[in-house]
Design a protein around this ligand. Structure first.
Ligand code: 5GP
Length: 187
């Protein structure tokens, strides 16, 4: 059966690290490359990390109905999953792995229903999340403050996911995630 696994978390919860590890372990898992209207950062490559579109092109594709799901994750910056991306991965017989924000994750679960397992990666606490964001040293203090404030409202929505994994110890969190995924694959 065609399947999808959805990962969402507040920024700084370690979601991306967990997703990368799982992609190494399961060779029939494939990362869903989102489209975005933001500019590439650092070493990001078009068609690998994201499909980078201009805002105009992104909105034109919204009008054309090209998106499964899309959202302004940050004011004026759009992110979304193209129907063509879902077809691309399923046509190879692979399982789709989504790394999206919390609202996107809830929407994707509604869209894919039983074909989906949605997993919320939970930080041990908002205080710990703040410590990690400061330690990461990639964001300005006001950006961190915004992310921490957003995290509190995102955590409230965790019960809307199929499963919650607390990322206190990374290896434990990965093991728990694998159990959830193995059960889902066996269904
Ligand atoms: P960044 O700009 O740091 O790469 O991503 C910002 C946020 O957008 C992250 O939380 C990421 O998971 C989320 N995101 C990436 N792609 C999508 C998407 O297709 N849909 C939604 N709703 N969020 C996305």
């Amino acid at each position: 059966m065609e399947k999808v696994i959805i990962f969402s978390a507040p920024s700084g919860s370690g979601k991306t690290t967990i997703v990368h590890r799982l992609l190494e372990v399961y060779d029939n898992f494939e990362f869903s490359i989102s489209a975005t209207s933001r500019a590439p950062r650092g070493k990001e490559v078009d068609g690998v990390d994201y499909y980078f579109l201009t805002e105009e092109e992104f909105l034109r594709r919204v009008e054309l109905g090209n998106f499964v799901e899309w959202e302004a994750v940050y004011a004026g910056t759009f992110y979304g999953t193209l129907h063509s991306e879902v077809r691309r991965i399923w046509s190879k017989g692979n399982i789709i792995v989504f790394d999206v924000d919390v609202v996107g994750g809830i929407n994707l679960k509604k869209i894919f229903g039983d074909k989906a397992r949605s997993i919320f990666i939970m930080p041990p606490s908002v205080e710990e999340l703040e410590r990690r964001l400061i330690g990461r040293a990639t964001d300005a203090p006001e950006v961190i403050a915004k992310r921490v404030a957003k995290a509190a409202t995102e955590i409230e929505r965790a019960p809307e996911f199929d499963a919650i994994v607390v990322n206190d110890d990374l290896e434990v969190a990965i093991a728990q995630t694998r159990e959830i995924i193995d059960r889902f694959i066996a269904e």
